[in-house]
Design a protein around this ligand. Sequence first.
Ligand code: ADP
Ligand code: MG
Length: 224
Amino acid sequence: MIKTENLQKVFRTDEVETWALNNITLEIKEGEFVAIMGPSGCGKSTLLNIVGLLDSPTGGKYFLNGTDVSNYKESQCTKLRKGVIGFVFQSFNLIDELNVFENIELPLLYMGFPSSERKVKVRQAMDRMQISHREKHFPQQLSGGQQQRVAIARAVVANPKLILADEPTGNLDSRNGKEVMDLLTELNNDGTSIVMVTHSQHDAEYASRIVNLFDGQLVSQVKL
Ligand code: ADP
Ligand code: MG
């Protein structure tokens, strides 16, 4: 599903050059649950963003489902992402002005689903994430755990094959964190591939493989 060859990302500003990723060669098969670990600043988010087509590499190759997408333009990436990749972030990234239903509905609106289909799919996603009872609430009226469940519902509403999660439990207490990890595990058991960045060894143990980065390089992998 995901294959990178000598992937590089260099951020250049006026004076500084940051090698965020240095020759990352990595393969992730459909159905896997992979945790990416490593110290702050080692390139985890950069790697996840490139895998999710939110950013592009400055060197090396990235194949998504066999297609070389290394040099895809932004518009091509946006098109390819739709319905294929869902994102979950540490800070939830919900829209404060929209209620729970409307937040989850957004990807379907972008994809042009008719209203009747949107309703069915949003209800299914809300049920799955056990958030239906908060349908009309706004993000600020929800606990952190509930907000992350809404964010996961939004990530899965279009039935993506791949979920990318960047420190999904980073802002949650341990009880809500466990709930989020259990939901991700359930999605993985249902066939969704998951790539998750985490600082927590405990969370990483939900995965089937841990990839360790250090200073932009892949230093080791552990199969669980
Ligand atoms: P992590 O997620 O592991 O904490 P990041 O992938 O966010 O690390 O960052 C890797 C390195 O790239 C860091 O040194 C960071 O400062 C740098 N970096 C990340 N994004 C940018 C950017 N947009 N511009 C310049 N430097 C960046
Ligand atoms: Mg990060």
